[in-house]
Ligand binder design. Sequence first.
Ligand code: NDP
Length: 297
Amino acid sequence: MTRIIDGNEVADGIRSELESCVETLESAGVTPGLATVLMSDDGASETYVSMKQRACAELGIESVHAELDPTEPTDVLLERIDDLNADPAVHGILVQLPLPDHIDDRAVLERIEPTKDVDGFHPENAGLLVAGEPRFKPCTPHGIQRLLAAADVDTEGKDAVVVGRSNIVGKPMANLLIQKADGGNATTTVCHSRTADLGEKTRQADVVIAAAGYPELIDGSMIGEGATVIDVGVNRVEADTEKGYELVGDVEFESAKAKADAITPVPGGVGPMTIAMLLYNTVKAASIQADVPVSLP
Ligand code: NDP
C-alpha cells in the first residue's frame, strides 16, 4: 500500500508546537509580527497572501499588510520595505512573488533586512544555507524536509533527484539535501529544462522532488519502484469546474502512486507545509530580534 503523506496533518503538528513559542515571546512582552507585501492583481497571489495572514492570526502573530499598485516603480516598493525594516513591530517581511515584470526582483529581495527575511531569499541567508549554517531555511524546501522526516524517510545515503533549479525551491532544496546534517546526507542530482533524459534520472532516485511548474510532467514510468515522491507543483489547468480550472501537480498522481512507496498529494501535501514553515521562521525572527530564546519544534 502506497502511503499518502498528509501535509495538513504534519503542518498542524508544527503549528500547534509553535503555540508555546508564541506564548514564551508574549510573556516577554513580544508579539511576533509578519508583514506581507502584495504588488499584483493575480488572484492566486492574493489567495496565498490571505491564507498566510489567516494562519498568522490563528497562531497569535500580528499581520501588517502592504498592498501596492502593480504599476508603481521599483523605488516605491523599496521605500515601503525600508519602512517595514524600520518598524520594530514587524519581525518578518514577506514579498509575495512573482512581482510585475518591470520590478527589479533582486533589488527588492536584497533590500529586506536579513534578520527579517523570513523567506530566506536574501543573498546573506542563501549564503548561510550553502555554508551549512542556515538562519532561515526557505519555507517550501524546509517544509519538504519536515514532511520526509514525518514520513520516516531518512535521506542519508539515498539518491535524491530535484526537478527544478529555481532560487526559491530547487536550489535551496538541493542545498538542504546535501547538508551534512539531519534531513541531508543525500546524493543529490538537480534536473532542469536542459536535462537530456529526465526519466532516466528520476527512475534511479530513492526520493524525487518535482518542482518544475509543469502539469503532470512526471508519470509512473519515470518513478522507480518504492521511491518517495514529493510533488511541489501547483498548476492551474482548464477544467469544467465552477472556477473554470483545477489544481494539478507536477506529478501524474495515479500512475506515480502505483510505483511509489510514499507520495504527497496536490493539494494537501507541500502547500500547507510552506505556510507552517513561514510561521516557524517568523517566530524565529521575533526570537532573534527580541533576544528571547524559544524552543522551536
Ligand atoms: P520556476 O518556474 O521558477 O522554476 C521551474 C524549474 O523547473 C526551472 O529550473 C526549470 O528549468 C525547470 N523545468 C521546467 N520545465 C521543465 C521540464 N520540462 N523538465 C525539467 N525541468 C523543467 O518555478 P518555481 O521553482 O517557483 O516553482 C515550481 C513549482 O512549484 C510551480 O508549480 C509552483 O507553483 C510550485 N510552488 C509550490 C509551492 C508550494 O508551497 N506548494 C511553493 C513554491 C512553488 P530551467 O531553469 O532550465 O528553466
